[in-house]
Ligand binder design. Structure first.
Ligand code: DGT
Ligand code: MG
Ligand code: MG
Ligand code: MG
Ligand code: MG
Length: 281
């Protein structure tokens, strides 16, 4: 099409390409989910249907975007990790973030009736915000993932104790908050055990650890790979032929996507699945 007198407006667009050779994390978070959870009577502190709905939407996002290496979800949030060699949308931040957010939201609404068959959605409908952050090293990326999982643990231990005090202990929210002020993890474990007979260790893994979504291949022996060293050893992305890249992409789209509730803070998880952090996406 010939240039029109209006074409100059294009120059107002700002470039937003994310730093090359860095791991891109896109985190989405439910907007106003405190209210949303009350409206649909989510169970407190954890509603399994709500968490499984989040996981189903995350799985669908990973299926549609094979560039995503791994995802981690807790509460109303999900973090999607794009491989450092990812070139999708020329790594343009707004395109990546908006695609992840809208794909996730669309599937969340799509799968809603499967998980909440007796509570049809009505406006205001669920929506999510999103942001992209680049992590330059595997160590930074793993620290990010650990940060989210530690957050899950701290919040879940607090919420489990808080709601036990209210639901089983019969005290009010203000009083429960007072009781928990300044307590350590060991104190909360003790309250749960001695007052309510709850052994926190026996709580469901999905609540304690959150949800990890990734493509599954055969596990390797632990200790034979050091993913941090290996994946950080090359500054330049491995040059692949187009046909090889296509093949890899096909392999990724065919792989089984699994959801597990496991520790991703210790190196074991990563060592046994070297494909997650490998230089080749
Ligand atoms: P935001 O993200 O700033 O728009 O505001 P919120 O309200 O979404 O706050 P956020 O994201 O910090 O916290 C998540 C809220 O979602 C939190 O208030 C509890 C609620 N929520 C998430 N999962 C569950 C669940 O399984 N059960 C219940 N009862 N509430 C949940
Ligand atoms: Mg928030
Ligand atoms: Mg939220
Ligand atoms: Mg949140
Ligand atoms: Mg278009």
């Amino acid at each position: 099409m010939a240039n029109s007198q209006y074409e100059y407006v294009k120059q107002f667009e700002q470039p937003d390409r994310l730093l090359p050779n860095t791991w891109i994390v896109i985190r989405i978070d439910g907007r106003g989910f405190t209210k949303f959870a009350n409206k649909y009577r989510f169970e407190k502190p954890n509603d399994r249907r709500a968490l499984e709905l989040m996981n189903a939407a995350a799985k669908a996002v990973m299926t549609e975007l094979p560039d995503i290496t791994i995802a981690y979800g807790v509460s109303d949030e999900y973090s999607f990790v794009f491989h450092k060699t990812c070139s999708l949308f020329d790594r343009r931040s707004s395109k990546l973030v908006s695609t992840v957010v809208s794909t996730f939201t669309a599937y969340y609404v799509h799968f809603w009736p499967t998980y909440f068959p007796n509570s049809p959605l009505s406006p205001p409908l669920p929506s999510f915000d999103g942001r992209a952050v680049c992590y330059p090293s595997v160590e930074n990326l793993l620290d990010y993932m650990s940060w989210r999982q530690v957050d899950c643990h701290i919040n879940n231990l607090y919420n489990t104790t808080f709601w036990a005090l209210i639901q089983q202990g019969g005290i009010g929210a203000t009083e429960a908050e007072e009781r928990l002020k300044g307590t350590l993890a060991s104190d909360k474990n003790e309250i749960l055990f001695s007052e309510f007979g709850i052994n926190y260790n026996n709580e469901p893994e999905i609540y304690k650890k959150g949800s990890v979504v990734f493509r599954d291949y055969e596990l390797v022996e632990p200790g034979t790979h050091n993913p941090t060293v290996e994946a950080d050893s090359l500054a330049k992305p491995v040059q692949q032929s187009k046909s090889q890249a296509e093949k890899d992409k096909k392999r990724r789209s065919k792989a089984r996507i699994v959801v597990e509730h496991v520790d991703i803070i210790k190196p074991d998880f990563w060592e046994r699945r070297p494909w997650l952090l490998s230089n080749k996406p």
